[in-house]
Write a new protein. Structure first.
Length: 312
């Protein structure tokens, strides 16, 4: 190649590089200004804009982080399951066809956050509210919820405790002239078109975790298991149908998620609701080892914040 040709080809490379830089700059600034103007107009920009789908469960879209708590059309056909990030605690919201169910409301200090999340999503009444069992990290924020929304049916186990947290919940219920419904194993009810079944509940003042109301939900061929803090004794008390999405029992503690139970449920997705650097060491390593063998996709609220599953 002579000098002239070499210069020509160098010039071509330089001009191509300049063009690419210009395209990138235009794309970046262009995108930013569109985003800015949408935000300025208060437009919803996140819904369905991102997320991840799971092989074999193509009907599901999984979104994570604060942006998944945003306004929705609550009458939509889609099922939405929110696992709120409430630190070392549980709070789950299910929405379909204008109906909703809240399972637990985090610790006492999480009440306002849970109420704000529900309002932000656009819900002003809850068809079902479940206090899985009378521990603070599950019923702590329920009094705020009861005081803030109209509630249809309120489920809790029969076992009572003497804590102020528990009294606050019972007082809030009674101030609203509502009653506590104690469901029994096998009871079925619908949240929109999602069919729910009570799988476990006990009256057990010696072990409050064992009282946990466990609910299995099915919608369009995909199933979900909400376990509260149910323990191995509950897991071994019955058989379990295969279920696609498992809420890890008791924040991933070794006292739950027995191998026998996991073999039966065989989940594709596991959501662990726990707090960063929590005092209990949840989730325990031996539980994570058992999960590893399942080849399930794992979502931890301590690592990624809120988790939202959207199902067509
Ligand atoms: Zn708990």
């Amino acid at each position: 190649m002579n000098n002239n040709n070499e210069n020509k080809s160098t010039n071509k490379v330089i001009s191509a590089a300049i063009s690419i830089v210009i395209i990138i700059v235009v794309a970046l600034f262009g995108k930013e200004s569109v985003l800015d103007s949408l935000l300025a107009q208060g437009k919803e920009i996140y819904t369905s804009s991102k997320g991840e789908s799971i092989q074999g469960l193509e009907n599901l879209l999984i979104q994570t982080g604060k942006e998944c708590i945003s306004p929705i059309n609550i009458n939509e056909d889609k099922l939405r399951v929110y696992y709120f990030d409430v630190g070392q605690a549980d709070s789950i919201l299910i929405v379909n066809k204008g109906q909703s169910m809240l399972i637990d409301a985090g610790n006492n200090g999480d009440g306002n956050l849970v109420v704000d999340n529900i309002k932000k999503i656009g819900i002003d009444n809850l068809t079902y509210v479940v206090g899985t069992h009378p521990h603070e990290d599950h019923i702590g924020g329920l009094d705020n919820v009861i005081n803030s929304f109209d509630i249809g049916t309120f489920f809790m186990p029969r076992t009572m405790t003497t804590t102020k947290t528990y009294e606050d919940v019972v007082n809030a219920i009674s101030n609203k002239n509502k009653k506590i419904t104690v469901p029994k194993v096998g009871d079925k009810f619908n949240v929109g078109n999602a069919v729910c079944e009570i799988m476990s509940i006990e009256d057990n003042s010696k072990n409050l975790n064992a009282c946990s109301i466990v609910i299995r939900m099915e919608y369009n061929g995909v199933s979900y298991l909400f376990t509260g803090d149910a323990e191995k004794e509950n897991e071994s008390a019955r058989s379990w149908p295969e279920t696609d999405v498992l809420k890890a029992g008791h924040h991933g503690s070794r006292t739950s998620s027995s191998q026998e139970f996991l073999n039966q449920v065989n989940p594709s997705i596991i959501v662990i609701s726990c707090g960063k650097d929590n005092d209990y060491g949840h989730p325990h390593q031996e539980t994570l080892n058992r999960y590893d063998k399942l080849n399930a996709k794992i979502y931890r609220t301590d690592e990624i914040g809120d988790v939202l599953i959207i199902q067509k």
